[in-house]
Each structure stands twice: as C-alpha cells, then as structure tokens.
Ligand binder design. Structure first.
Ligand code: DQA
Length: 147
C-alpha cells in the first residue's frame, strides 16, 4: 500500500484562526482528516506530522526513508529560507510534492522564491486546503509513472 507522509511546517498548527482571509477557516485537524480519508479512498495511507521547528521537520524527513513512498510538504515560511530542508529532501531522495494554501506568487515578493521547488517533484499553490488532496493524486500519479 502506498504510504504518504504529510509534513506541515511553522504556524500551520494555527490554521483556522491564522489569517483566515489568506489561509481559510479549516483547521489543520480538518485538513489532515480529509487528506487521510481521501488517501484511504484511493487505497493509500497517510501519516502526518507538524512542527514549528526546522530540525524536527528535517528529522521527520530522515525518518520517512523506508517508511513512506512520498512526502507532501507545506514548509510554511521555511519555504523561503531553509537550505537545510532543501538538502534533507535531496539527501533522502524521497519524492516531495510541495503544497501552499495561498498563491505564493500573488503575495509579497519574498514569498515568490522557494528553495524547495527546485528539489520537489512539483508544486501546488493557491487552492487552499484542496491543494493537499490534489497533492495526493499528484503523488500517486508520479509514483505510478516512476515505476
Ligand atoms: C504558506 C506560504 C508561506 O509563504 C507562509 O510563510 C506560510 C504558509 C502557504 O501555505 O500558503 O506559512 O506555505
């Protein structure tokens, strides 16, 4: 069975109350619950982890080797700053689908640059919580094509 790891970075634990005009009103719990059900309906499983700490996200990526086939990652603000997270993706060799709730290209200019995108399989941005469901389909399709 295909196993996904859904990784969410800093401040995403506050979804629901955090700038709802930008990030929507769904909580992280809502989003994770929906993603798990969506994956299960496609014969896949999905584990999840959220942390505000860069090192914990890196450790989670390391631990995903041999346990999960694909990582869905919303790196939050680390998207724009973390060489360490980028290196961890390359080091683990795991396919990563990068997700952003908001359209990072339609916001402040510093959000346009992602250090993660060059090492991700692809990027989904601007579709709110639905983007996580799109990422499951994208990941499954990528794994099928890579076989
Ligand atoms: C975000 C976009 C980032 O720029 C921001 O720092 C976040 C959330 C998004 O999901 O739209 O924390 O990754």
């Amino acid at each position: 069975m295909t196993s996904f790891l859904l990784l969410n970075g800093p401040n995403l634990n506050l979804l629901g109350t955090r700038e709802p005009g930008i990030y929507g009103t769904a909580t992280l719990e809502d989003i994770v619950g929906e993603a798990k059900a969506y994956a299960a309906a496609r014969g896949a499983e999905l584990a999840d982890f959220q942390s505000n700490a860069e090192g914990d996200l890196i450790n989670a990526l390391h631990a995903a080797r041999g346990r999960h086939e694909c990582v869905i990652l919303n790196p939050g603000a680390y998207t724009h700053t973390s060489v360490a997270l980028m290196d961890a993706i390359v080091a683990t060799g795991l396919p990563v689908v990068e997700v952003h709730l908001s359209n990072i290209h339609a916001r402040e200019s510093f959000r346009r640059d992602s250090l993660i995108s060059p090492v991700a399989v692809g990027v989904i941005a601007g579709f709110g919580a639905f983007g996580y469901l799109m990422a499951i389909d994208a990941g499954l399709n990528h794994l099928k094509a890579a076989k």
